[in-house]
Design a protein around this ligand. Structure first.
Ligand code: NAD
Length: 368
């Protein structure tokens, strides 16, 4: 295992994902992705005080004459709005950003999505360099080119497909990430093994302790392998018309839980996204077993692994199964033919299943 890894993402606009300790101080690595004279560092008010000056100093040292400015948003999903997006593009205007300017998205998925969308829209599209600082952003949101902001009516409703020019994931920044956010990212890492490769699940089972201890080489290996899975899907299905949907394993149940709890994860009064996905994956695996599609032992194996990462594996108390079912009907993954789930045939092999009977869904939600 190496602490410095690179993953290529193909397609019409190929780019590299570099994963290594120290990248945010590596001016050459950052500047290599720049084409013009302007860079806007976009971050949030948790991440900027920790890392923004280091990125800016590294950039200006490597590229004297580069005009760098910073725009910082308040942290949190509820700030991923059109109003903040407008502020971000105004910051590009104030910088005098030209068509060859770059946006450097320094933060988690919220910053990555909003800054990516600003980059997609400014002068009809400029370069975006993703510098993810959460594990979730490293393994998921920074790769694949989906950018968006939320509306009061729903998440990610306004956005664009806009692949980044480069992704630079500095594994040392995870040291300051709250433990709960780290575990949320680990849920998404487990998801790749669950849907694509049982051998990756074997590997995760053998590396729980070094992952939780943030060993550089082990984290880099987990991020690189996750990015490779995501890259393969994105290359095959950029616009989510086919098997990119498999990435939603656990998400139909997970979204229903998040919505029913009123997205209270950040305040600690509910599950965050990764935690809800962990519960959702367990429910999807149990539903697969109940429908006779997959061995029950595989569901138990997945549950045991998630528990070792200290992730929740059952529906939180106080949520009515019927209310969760009603939420799932409103989810955008439901279609005219009824409820559609990503289920598995065994650990490492998922598929879309339509017309799942309500009774079977209610039974797993009730925990029997
Ligand atoms: P986030 O961006 O809200 O970050 C979580 C918290 O950690 C924030 O409070 C942030 O300030 C803080 N933080 C980030 N890095 C830190 C660090 N190194 N040290 C200390 N604190 C740090 O959440 P997230 O889980 O990274 O991303 C969730 C978002 O990603 C959602 O909006 C979701 O819709 C989006 N997403 C997008 C895609 C995609 O394909 N575009 C995929 C998955 C998720």
């Amino acid at each position: 295992m190496k602490a410095d890894q690179t993953v290529g993402v193909g397609g019409a606009n190929p780019y590299l994902v570099r994963i290594a300790p120290g990248l945010i101080d590596d001016g050459e690595a950052l500047a290599a992705a720049l084409r013009g004279r302007h860079a806007l560092v976009v971050s949030d008010d948790n991440v900027a005080p920790l890392y923004a000056a280091r990125v800016e100093n590294a950039l200006t040292a490597a590229r004297p004459g580069l005009r760098v400015s910073r725009w910082v948003m308040p942290a949190g999903e509820h700030e991923k709005t059109l109003a903040r997006f407008a502020e971000c593009v105004e910051a590009l205007a104030a910088l005098g950003a030209t068509r060859d300017a770059a946006v450097v998205a320094l933060g988690g998925g919220v910053v990555g999505d909003l800054a990516g969308f600003a980059g997609a829209c400014w002068m009809r599209g400029i370069d975006v360099i993703q510098a993810p600082t959460t594990l979730l952003a490293m393994v998921d949101s920074s790769v694949g080119g989906k950018t968006a902001v939320d509306l009061p009516t729903g998440k990610n409703l306004v956005g664009a497909f806009h692949p980044p020019r480069a992704v630079l994931a500095d594994t040392t920044v995870l040291q300051t990430l709250p433990g709960r956010e780290l575990r949320a990212g680990l849920a998404e890492v487990v998801k790749y093994g669950a849907i694509f490769d049982a051998r990756f699940l074997d590997w995760l089972e053998g590396h729980v302790d070094p992952l939780l201890a943030l060993d550089d080489a082990t984290i880099a290996e987990a991020v690189a392998r996750s990015c490779r899975f995501k890259a393969e899907v994105v290359e095959r299905d950029m616009f989510e018309q086919g098997d990119r949907a498999l990435l939603n394993f656990g998400h139909t149940f997970g979204h229903a839980i998040e919505t029913e709890q009123g997205y209270a994860g950040a305040s600690g009064a509910g599950l965050n996204h990764g935690e809800a996905v962990a519960v959702g994956m367990v429910l999807a695996a149990r539903l697969s077993a109940d429908l006779g599609l997959a061995p029950a032992a595989d569901a138990e194996r997945l549950t045991a692994l998630l528990e070792r990462f200290a992730l929740p594996v059952s529906v939180p108390g106080g949520l009515a199964p019927e209310a969760l079912l009603a939420r799932m009907r409103l989810d955008k993954k439901a279609d005219a033919n009824g409820l559609r789930f990503i289920l598995w045939e065994r650990a490492g092999s998922a598929r879309v299943v339509r017309d799942v009977p309500d009774d079977a869904v209610l039974a797993v939600l009730r925990g029997r």
